[in-house]
Design a protein around this ligand. Structure first.
Ligand SMILES: *[C@@H]1O[C@H](CO)[C@@H](O)[C@H](O)[C@H]1NC(C)=O
Ligand SMILES: *[C@@H]1O[C@H](CO)[C@@H](O)[C@H](O)[C@H]1NC(C)=O
Ligand SMILES: *[C@@H]1O[C@H](CO)[C@@H](O)[C@H](O)[C@H]1NC(C)=O
Ligand SMILES: *[C@@H]1O[C@H](CO)[C@@H](O)[C@H](O)[C@H]1NC(C)=O
Ligand SMILES: *[C@@H]1O[C@H](CO)[C@@H](O)[C@H](O)[C@H]1NC(C)=O
Ligand SMILES: *[C@@H]1O[C@H](CO)[C@@H](O)[C@H](O)[C@H]1NC(C)=O
Length: 315
């Protein structure tokens, strides 16, 4: 071994030793710590563990009883790439919880008690690729622009939540989306869903468990699978008219009818007035012509072609 290499390996051993020491000192109780990974699965933790090594890349808190993610402690872990919080009791509003985890790629919040997602919830997670928020039965709202800043998102799962509706703009502008879990939600397939079902058909995104993605309401569409319901929605929403449409059409019809009546009346008036005037004007002209022709006769029969033409056309 040449001296420089030996030097290097010595440093590596030293660093590794220090790392191991730091980790064994810092590893939270009930958790196991391997290099850059902290695993606290199934330890009935009630709170987010303290003393997590700051260089942790992978943090697994699955199957505990944690109800609150403290923003300050969490965001000290700025190298975090993988965070698994599935099967906990997180019900807090997560806005401003993930503010400096901009290396986070994988986030699992499934089997919790989330209630809503807004733009602020995940907007700072600009590297996020996998987001699992399925099995949150009280999750009833995902705001329109919730994932506007998560352009790397590839896998999104919102299965088995309290959602009844997803706005097309939530998913339409995710250029890297490959898989979207939608199954076993009580989807409300009203006309606002038409664009979404159309997008499902055309986007090329994969929908796991397609047999379990179906409409729950309205009653007429209960049990229809998505996106198969698209043709039905298309027919119901675009071809069938609503009462307001009929009222509108009726109003337009009435306007056309009224305008027609007024126009006909005006036209009639014009014709009458025109006839009245032309009859009077014609009589004057005849009188003029008679006068002219008599004067022409008197001036020696040099009748102009103009008068001849006029007489011919008049006859
Ligand atoms: C975390 O620990 C649990 C059991 O303690 C184990 O089943 C699981 O595979 C571990 N996860 C990882 C990613 O090491
Ligand atoms: C979780 O905590 C609640 C009280 O906060 C307790 O009733 C429940 O038994 C706990 N569950 C587990 C699995 O520890
Ligand atoms: C979930 O949160 C709601 C309030 O948002 C609460 O009423 C309910 O008890 C919670 N459920 C669980 C299992 O923690
Ligand atoms: C969107 O992500 C970028 C990082 O890519 C970040 O700088 C920016 O603050 C985020 N926007 C908002 C409104 O959070
Ligand atoms: C469809 O239902 C969703 C909620 O389920 C609602 O927000 C939306 O306004 C409804 N659209 C129409 C056209 O009724
Ligand atoms: C569909 O849902 C049923 C009932 O919830 C479940 O038993 C079945 O495993 C689901 N299918 C898939 C492919 O997940």
């Amino acid at each position: 071994m040449s001296p420089p290499n030996g030097h290097k390996s010595l440093w590596l051993v030293l660093l590794f030793g220090m790392g191991v020491m730091a980790e064994s000192l810092n590893c939270p109780v009930k958790c196991t710590c391997q290099y850059l990974e902290v695993n606290c699965t199934g330890q009935q933790l009630q709170d987010f563990p303290t003393t997590i090594p700051l260089d942790t890349r992978q943090l697994i808190l699955a199957t505990n009883n944690i109800s609150y993610l403290p923003s300050v402690e969490l965001n000290f872990l700025s190298d975090l790439v993988y965070l698994d919080c599935r099967e906990n009791a997180i019900s807090e509003d997560l806005d401003f919880t993930f503010i400096s985890l901009n290396k986070l790629i994988y986030l699992d919040l499934s089997f919790n008690n989330l209630t809503r997602v807004t733009f602020t919830t995940f907007s700072q997670l600009s590297s996020l690729v996998v987001l699992k928020i399925s099995d949150n039965p009280n999750l009833v709202e995902i705001e329109k622009d919730s994932f506007a800043n998560n352009t790397w998102l590839r896998h999104l799962d919102v299965s088995r939540t309290g959602l009844t509706f997803l706005d097309i703009s939530i998913v339409k502008d995710l250029p890297n989306l490959k898989s979207l879990g939608l199954s076993e939600n009580l989807w409300n397939c009203n006309c606002s869903f038409l664009d979404f079902t159309l997008w499902m058909k055309e986007s090329g995104v994969r929908f796991p468990d397609p047999e379990n993605i179906s409409c729950y309401s309205p009653a007429a569409l209960h049990g229809w699978s998505m996106p198969g319901v698209e043709s039905k929605l298309h027919y119901t929403c675009l071809l069938h008219l609503h009462d307001t449409d009929y009222a509108f059409l009726g109003l337009i019809g009435f306007c056309i009818f009224s305008a027609g009546t007024v126009a006909a009346w005006l036209a009639g008036m014009c014709v009458v007035l025109y006839e009245f005037h032309t009859t009077r004007g014609g009589n004057d002209e005849d009188e003029d012509e008679d006068e002219e022709s008599s004067s022409m006769d008197r001036t020696g029969g040099m009748g102009s072609a103009r008068h001849m033409g006029r007489r011919i056309s008049a006859s």
